[in-house]
Design a protein around this ligand. Structure first.
Ligand code: GRF
Length: 198
C-alpha cells in the first residue's frame, strides 16, 4: 500500500506529534515523513529522531518578523519531503494566507479549546474565568484566519471544582492525544465527518 505522507510542525515538547507518530502503524494509511520545528531546542525533535523520523529546524528568529521570508524557508523541507498532509501540533507561529494557501484543504491544527470559543492563547484560564462547566480541544482545517476553519473533531471534558489552568490543561492534553490521531486517520481516508469524543 502506498502511504500518504504527513509532515508535523512543532515548537515544543511535541507530545501531540508523538501521539500522531505512534498511531501511524499497521493498516493506517499515513506515515510520518518529517518533523519540523521553528525552535532548535524543541524537545520534540529528539523524540522524532528517536523514532527514526527525519527532522528539520527552520528558526523564525533570524527573520525578525518578516513572516513571508520565514515561510519561504519553512515551505522548502515540506516540499522536499513531498508531504501530502501537514499537521500543526503545538506549533506556535501564526502562518499567513500565503503559506496556508499552498496547503489548502490538507493542513490540520489542534487547538486546546472547544472552538469557536477561546481562539488564541491561555484558553484554559479563560474557560475557568468564564465559569465554563466544560472545556476541551478541537482539530480543525487550517485557513488564513487564526484558529478558524472547518472543525474535524472535538473532545469535550467536564471542568471540575478546584481545577486550575494547569490541571485542566493536563486533562485536555490527554484527550488531544486521543483526538488528533483519530481525526488524522479519518481525514486521510477522505472522510470529513467530525470525530466527537468521548
Ligand atoms: C498543547 O496544549 C496543544 O494543544 C497546543 O500546544 C500544547 C503543547 O503541545 N497546540 P505539544 O505537547 O507540543 O504537542
Amino acid at each position: 500500500m502506498s502511504h500518504k505522507r504527513v509532515a508535523i510542525l512543532i515548537s515544543g515538547g511535541g507530545s501531540n506529534m508523538v501521539s500522531l507518530v505512534d498511531s501511524m502503524i499497521g493498516d493506517h494509511p499515513v506515515r510520518p515523513c518529517l518533523v519540523i520545528s521553528n525552535d532548535a531546542e524543541a524537545g520534540g525533535l529528539k523524540k522524532a529522531a528517536a523514532r527514526g523520523i527525519a527532522t528539520a529546524v527552520v528558526d523564525h528568529l533570524p527573520f525578525a518578523g518578516d513572516r513571508a521570508a520565514f515561510e519561504a524557508e519553512l515551505v522548502k523541507p515540506l516540499l522536499a519531503a513531498e508531504a501530502d498532509i501537514v499537521c500543526l501540533a503545538g506549533f506556535m507561529r501564526v502562518l499567513t494566507v500565503g503559506f496556508v494557501s499552498q496547503f489548502q484543504g490538507r493542513m490540520l491544527n489542534i487547538h486546546p479549546s472547544l472552538l469557536p470559543k477561546y481562539k488564541g492563547l491561555n484558553t484554559h484560564a479563560r474557560a475557568l474565568e468564564a465559569g465554563d462547566t466544560e472545556h476541551g480541544c478541537t482539530v480543525h482545517e487550517v485557513t488564513a484566519a487564526l484558529d478558524d476553519g472547518p472543525i474535524l473533531g472535538q473532545a469535550r471534558i467536564p471542568v471540575v471544582p478546584g481545577d486550575t489552568p494547569d490541571t485542566l490543561a493536563a486533562r485536555v492534553l490527554e484527550w488531544e492525544h486521543k483526538l488528533y490521531p483519530a481525526v488524522l486517520r479519518r481525514f486521510a481516508a477522505g472522510d470529513r465527518r467530525p470525530v466527537l469524543l468521548p
